[in-house]
Design a protein around this ligand. Sequence first.
Ligand code: NAP
Length: 264
Amino acid sequence: MIHGYWLKTLGIEGIYEKIPVEPGLAVDFLRSLESRGYVGCNVTLPHKEIACATVDVLDPLARALGAVNTVWVKDGTLHGANTDVAGFLANLDAGVSGWDRACETVLVIGAGGAARGIVHGLLSRGVARVLVANRTYEKAAVLAEACGEKVRAVEFSALHWLMREPDLIVNATSLGMIGQPPLYLPLDGLRESAVVTDAVYAPLMTPLLVEAAARGNRVVGGLGMLLHQAVTGFETWFGIRPSVTAELTRLIEADVEAAYPRGR
Ligand code: NAP
């Protein structure tokens, strides 16, 4: 719907479609993109690592993350990039302008692929300290170790005592998504100035965001991350940088609402 909207409003002839590809066939699929008539593709789980190992030219961020979500063909060569990080940052910028001006400490919940990109993005904006909490503590510890001294793994059981510290909380787990249990955080001690954001976008307002907003904290939903990560792919494939307009946002929000009425 996102790319279809831009193709239509920018008057470009083209199509963006969903193709299921078995993991064992992913390399062949990517290698045959051009002969199938595609200028490129997005890649989602579980193909992000395979795409990273398959493309001929890798952007530095995708290399650092070991994950590619956007592929394009240029002069017969396969290029790969990761646009999730730019999407995460652009969404926060749009939701809370200047959030990074006085952002000392960020608490990231989760240590999967999304969390890895988000931590990279936060460090690129000069955040002084990132605390990572994850159900599987060892994965948080591995992520922290790989990201340097500004990043520290913390136990979930310690969050109650740490809640006064973050200027920003990011949910980078799948908790709160439709069909998943909510993410429960001890928000009691959270400062009123802190911002809370979620990578989950279905529902548009996760239980975590509803609770944070009710306390008076500023919140940013995950849908904008999805919309903004798409901008670079479209620009790479079609040569025009599209905009995340209010109309596009309303369109996709309505689609999510229709698919999951009242968070069901
Ligand atoms: P992933 O690599 O599979 O990681 C999943 C994370 O969620 C892990 O930290 C995992 O903890 C945690 N988790 C899953 N079930 C849990 C449970 N029942 N209790 C506690 N923790 C649980 O997935 P991902 O790619 O990082 O994606 C994470 C979320 O971000 C998904 O909801 C995805 O849709 C969303 N996302 C959104 C965008 C966007 O554009 N808005 C982009 C990317 C991802 P363990 O390590 O302990 O398993």
